[in-house]
Design a protein around this ligand. Structure first.
Ligand SMILES: [Zn+2]
Length: 885
């Protein structure tokens, strides 16, 4: 008992002690594996790839500065064989070259101590071209028009894979200038960070000499090569180009125009113009699933960049803009100024995510960007804007502070998660709205000016923002970046017009969470009282007086804050009555909070359902999407239970009127949100067993096979998915044939998504086998198994298959994916025994899986409990109507 008391006392003390507080950037004090007394200044690298043999040979000359006399030089190298080394022009014996595969280092021992000053290290080496997007990789594809099988090469170096193409100081603090030369076949085009300075013929090949880069970290290097086409446009002194495999560059016009627009905005916002002579967007038909901000040569998975005005869907278009905006924001925030170490990755990613959303919203108000961030619809790792997905993760026992210690390569790779990106973004948004748009921008401009071509820590950003705003930013920020989780603010009204606000940590499935406290930049509005009020909540409770007893009060205006709100019954009833007069953003925020409170077991499901039933309109996109997401989760949990029928009936009764208002066919001049909502409703209603929708999809599919132009691009994905779900062998084969033969990666993905939806166990087995073939790019093939687990509600079949073929599947993953792959498949189970099975299996998994294993174990226990709770609450459910309390 004393022990317990002591522990809780310590925990209480922990909540009031000040945060650690980070130091500003300092080279010597930056974490990392490599010694800091020898630093590279300039690299000249030559790479000759052999695309057939999947190998390359290379050489490099590195100009070094030795700051303290030393006999050894330690740098990074992985999966590379060193054939020779020369130091200051003198060849070194083999014994002077030592590779450590475990540590991924190369140690060169000099014949005598190297004095402080400039030195030159030259190496020749060879390595391999990978299937997965790690180091130098290949992507095979069918050429547009000819259908011929072709191969393209690309690179992916973040976080720690530049060392797989050339030995280097592969930590972000070791900035240097890079000059790359690539030797490729005559018919090829190659792209790197800088323009080509010289081109010469070399033994039937051509040698491309790229200009020297500015000072930058190694992970931002890029080389893409193949039979490529491009389009270009010069704007404000910068050459913008879009590269794609031959025959596809014409699909890059939307990307080109977007890149130009976004760059113009950032030139102004950051107050420092884009510093390179050119900025390329490069479409790669494989390698990885996302995009990478390599300086001057951004790479994208092809369907995230190319847009076909005739055939692409509007969600593809929106996704392209968002990802371009995110990656171009990195050209400043990340590239020009770089986080010193991976523990500050959140600064790069949170900021680029926020900035990308901000510019997307600015130029495309009809997309309702911030509203969409309230629904966890697109929780992909490197793009998408789902704040809700981050809050869900951050409420669990397995969360982490957005600023977290990183020691190993595996930890650096696993830092790229939803918390880093989305909580980072969400906190920055909250901070901007608290400091004011203008003061925030002044701070960012000063930060860019002061730190360009250098590295920083979070403390440097807070300092710049404090100076610009006069607010104690470091003090406010510390709890949000250095401790896990976030608060819920409880609202209690008293009869004398006082509102008492109390904060506590908000958790889901985490009963003994350490109590924590935050300085919360709160906003609230009293109904009928005009402008919202800003209030920094500094302690555990705060009181607001003089609130008229009949007026509703809404906290967290437009959902811009990263906290939940729980209202007492009197406040809640007033808000329900106020719903028609609240903005859609406020209503979505109420829905999200209510659903989270249900998950956290703070209120019963009926609390959320009553809110849904009082919503004044049936066609607000973000509101319906929030509902669809919650309903789909409930539906999956009830998969094996007879109660599901009744729940589906209820779900249809809520959603069908929305679809009836929109109809099947796009109306001329309708807002984009109607098109997006129609798509979501078709997919959802079909899953909830709406016979009319299922039959409508089948009819449209039959017509589509005869006349492809009969189906509007936005309807293609939901119609194919619905047909796929109910497919028999003949339909499955038809979908498969179409998917195989199309050269559009966007459509290909839609066909294969339809295959993963098929619920017939024999067809599930057929779909799973595709993951082992090379029909799809490796990065996409591996996702088939997880999609089957989720969409067919047969995670058991997906897992049995994955277990039997794990080696092949892991080989198709990059480092990022490999550590999360197997645990990720357990996320869909709601059976307690699976936790033990996962923990046992985890012993065989790659390093860095531990976090993903714990997260999956937590997800299973959460689902088990949540499922039981729902079943108990649905006990009293009659036909179609929700239970009343
Ligand atoms: Zn990013």
């Amino acid at each position: 008992m004393r022990m317990r008391l002591l522990l809780s006392l310590l925990a209480a003390l922990a909540t009031i002690s000040p945060m650690r507080g980070e130091n500003p950037f300092d080279f010597a004090g930056t974490p990392g594996k490599l010694p800091k007394h020898i630093v590279p200044e300039e690299y000249a690298i030559r790479i000759t790839p052999d695309a057939k043999k999947l190998t390359f040979t290379g050489s490099e000359t590195i100009r070094l500065e030795v700051r303290e006399p030393s006999r050894t030089i330690v740098l990074n190298s992985a999966e590379i064989s060193i054939t020779s080394a020369t130091l200051n022009g003198k060849a070194l014996p083999k014994s002077a070259i030592q590779l450590d595969p475990e540590e991924e280092t190369l140690t060169i021992t000099a014949p005598a101590e190297l004095p402080a000053g400039k030195h030159t290290l030259a190496l020749t080496f060879s390595g391999k071209i990978n299937q997965q997007g790690q180091g130098l990789y290949y992507a095979d594809y069918a050429e547009q028009g000819t259908g011929e099988k072709k191969r393209m090469l690309g690179t992916q170096f973040q976080a720690t894979d530049a060392r797989r193409m050339f030995p280097c100081w592969d930590e972000p603090v070791f900035r240097a200038r890079f000059q790359l030369t690539a030797i490729v076949p005559q018919s090829w085009t190659a792209v790197s960070n800088m323009p080509i300075e010289r081109e010469t013929k070399a033994r039937g090949k051509k040698e491309l000499h790229f200009a020297l880069t500015p000072s930058m970290p190694s992970y931002l290097n890029v080389l893409c090569a193949g039979e490529l086409d491009f389009i270009e446009k010069e704007s404000a002194g910068v050459l913008h180009r879009v590269f794609a495999t031959r025959g596809k560059a014409q699909l890059g016009h939307y990307a080109l125009a977007s890149a130009e627009q976004v760059t113009g905005y950032f030139n102004d916002y950051f107050g420092t113009p884009y510093p390179l002579p050119k900025l390329d967007q490069i479409a790669v038909p494989g390698g990885f699933g996302g995009a990478m901000e390599n300086w001057g040569g951004i790479t994208y998975f092809e369907s995230r960049l190319l847009f076909d005005p005739e055939r692409s869907s509007s969600s593809t278009k929106q996704g392209i803009y968002e990802v371009i905006a995110h990656e171009i924001a990195h050209q400043w925030f990340g590239n020009l100024v770089t986080m010193a170490w991976w523990d500050n990755l959140w600064l790069n990613e949170g900021f680029a995510s926020w900035m990308g959303s901000k510019v997307t919203a600015q130029f495309n108000p009809e997309w309702e960007v911030w509203l969409q961030s309230e629904t966890p619809r697109n929780p992909t790792r490197r793009a998408g804007i789902a704040k809700e997905a981050a809050m869900e993760m951050d409420a669990r026992s397995t969360t982490h502070p957005i600023q977290q210690p990183v020691k190993t390569e595996a930890e650096a790779n696993s830092a790229f998660d939803v918390i880093t990106y989305r909580k980072g973004q969400s906190f920055i948004r909250m901070l901007e709205s608290f400091l004011g748009e203008e003061a925030f921008r002044q701070g960012i401009r000063a930060y860019m000016q002061q730190h360009k071509y250098s590295n920083t820590t979070t403390a440097d950003l807070w300092k710049a923002l404090s100076e610009a705003s006069g607010q104690p930013v470091q003090e406010i920020a510390a709890a949000w970046t250095e401790q896990p989780g976030f608060p819920v603010v409880q609202v209690a009204r008293s009869a004398d017009g006082r509102l008492t606000l109390t904060q506590e940590r908000f958790t889901i499935n985490f009963p003994d969470a350490p109590p924590l406290e935050w300085k919360i930049p709160l906003t609230y509005r009293v109904a009928g009282a005009g402008e919202p009020v800003n209030l920094l909540m500094e302690g555990r409770t705060v009181e607001i007086s003089d609130i008229p007893a009949d007026r509703a009060v809404k906290l967290n205006i437009e959902g811009a804050g990263n906290y939940r709100v729980q209202y007492d019954p009197a406040s809640w009833q007033l808000l329900l009555a106020e719903l028609p007069r609240l903005s859609s953003a406020d209503r979505v925020n109420l829905l999200s909070d209510a659903w989270a409170l249900v998950q956290a077991d703070r209120v019963p499901l009926v609390h959320y359902l009553q809110l849904i039933e009082k919503l004044p309109t049936a066609t607000e996109l973000a509101e319906r999407e929030q509902i669809i997401t919650a309903f789909q989760f409930i539906s999956r949990l009830l998969a094996q239970d007879p109660k599901r029928q009744q729940f589906h009936q209820y779900a249809r009764s809520i959603l069908r009127p929305s679809f009836d208002a929109l109809g099947w066919d796009p109306k001329p001049g309708e807002p984009p949100r109607h098109a997006a909502l129609r798509t979501s409703l078709i997919a959802a209603l079909a899953k909830f067993g709406d016979e009319g929708i299922i039959a409508g999809a089948a009819e449209r599919f039959a017509l589509y096979l005869q006349k492809p132009e009969s189906l509007p691009p936005d309807l293609r994905a939901p119609v194919l998915a619905t047909v796929g779900r109910h497919a028999d062998a003949a339909i499955w084969t038809k979908l498969h044939e179409r998917g195989r033969s199309t050269t559009s990666l966007e459509e290909k993905q839609e066909y294969y998504d339809a295959l993963t939806a098929a619920i017939d166990p024999e067809l599930i087995a057929r779909t799973l086998k595709i993951a082992l073939t090379d029909e799809l790019p490796a990065s996409r093939a591996v996702t088939l198994v997880g999609k089957v687990a989720r969409d067919t509600e047969r995670p058991d079949l997906a897992w049995t298959f994955a277990k039997a073929n794990m080696k092949q599947l892991l080989a198709k993953n990059d480092a990022l994916g490999a550590s999360e792959y197997a645990p990720g498949l357990f996320n869909f189970f709601a059976e307690p025994a699976r936790v033990d099975e996962l923990r046992e299996y985890a012993k065989t998994l790659p390093a860095g899986s531990a976090k993903a294993v714990e997260a999956a174990a937590d997800e299973i226990t959460f689902r088990v409990q949540f499922r039981q709770r729902l079943l108990d609450q649905l006990q009293t459910w009659g036909s179609g109507a929700p239970p009343r309390d």
